[in-house]
Design a protein around this ligand. Structure first.
Ligand SMILES: [Zn+2]
Ligand SMILES: [Zn+2]
Length: 306
């Protein structure tokens, strides 16, 4: 790039918003410290904690990838309202704000991908090593301390039309708390102890939220910096194998920017895409339809390399 345009600053978040964001980012880190101390200091680590972490991680990531992202943002398939409600509840347990707000910001990201108006591009924070590091930080989490772009509501008119989805989205705080209560109850039931409830809460709740946060944010930071770019997309999006695994297929981010409405992000047979596997299985049992995938010709037309 010959010149780096200045990012469009959408203003500062309110003080309350910044405090809430700060707590949302740091409390899960404190949870990891407490979980590690309980495990290695006092030996409180049960197989139930691992089960709670993995089970809650899978459910939350599916809510975010299949629900928030592929269904609500991009309408890459259609499903029944109760399935939409369940996916909204599960994604909300990832503690990243309300579903409708998440959808608005992500639609804005696609509209302005890596342009100065993009809310979380890593590419407009200056030159050199410091510019790179600032860009990574901004794309990963720094952006969340800035105010929303203007008129974001215009990007989510379709979702506002559904009273059920509006209400389910607004119940975000309740879903977030439920995402802590479920692993606490699971830990208590599986171990039959109060300590099990506590460590279940830590591993299936806070540590799981920490993992989901950084995996999700890595799609904005890592997947706009490192990886292959098989498709001509006009932005800095990348296909990243590690994030392809951890984020259930969302790491094929260059492919996604090339075909945003595709329900399948890992378009090649060797690209793991657990979220698409979930959508395929939903469609096999009649719970999803109009599943969109680009034709081979459309894929070949945009491909830069093999
Ligand atoms: Zn992107
Ligand atoms: Zn997207």
């Amino acid at each position: 790039m010959s010149s780096i345009p200045h990012p469009k600053n959408h203003g500062r978040l309110s003080l309350g918003g910044r405090i809430a964001t700060f707590l949302g980012v740091t409390v899960p880190i404190a949870g990891l410290a407490a979980a590690a101390a309980a495990a290695w200091g006092w030996g409180f680590l049960h197989w139930a904690d691992v089960a709670m972490f993995l089970g809650m991680y899978a459910l939350t990531v599916v809510g975010l990838t299949v629900g928030f992202h592929r269904l609500f943002v991009h309408r890459s398939f259609e499903t029944y309202l109760p399935v939409k409600v369940v996916l909204t509840a599960l994604g909300s347990m990832g503690v990243q704000g309300t579903m409708i707000h998440w959808v608005g910001l992500h639609r804005w990201h696609h509209r302005h991908s890596d342009a100065p108006e993009d809310v979380h591009s890593p590419h407009h924070q200056g030159r050199g090593v410091f510019g790179f590091l600032r860009g990574f930080w901004h794309a990963h989490i720094g952006w969340a301390f800035h105010a929303d772009p203007p008129a974001l509501d215009r990007y989510v008119r379709d979702l506002h039309k559904s009273p059920t989805l509006r209400a389910t989205s607004a119940l975000f705080p309740a879903w977030a708390v439920l995402g802590l209560a479920i692993p606490a109850a699971g830990g208590a039931l599986l171990t039959g102890t109060w300590v099990g409830a506590g460590t279940g809460l830590l591993w299936g709740g806070l540590v799981r939220i920490l993992a989901v946060h950084h995996v999700t944010w890595s799609i904005n930071s890592v997947c706009h910096l490192w990886g292959r770019r098989p498709y001509a997309t006009g932005d800095g999006s990348r296909d990243n194998l590690v994030m392809g695994f951890l984020a259930f297929g969302e790491g094929w981010h260059n492919s996604h920017h090339a075909f945003p409405t595709s329900a399948r992000h890992g378009l090649r047979w060797w690209q793991p895409d657990l979220s698409y596997w979930v959508i395929r299985n939903l469609s096999l049992v009649g719970l999803a339809w109009n599943v969109k995938v680009p034709s081979r010709q459309a894929q070949a037309a945009k491909r830069r390399s093999n």
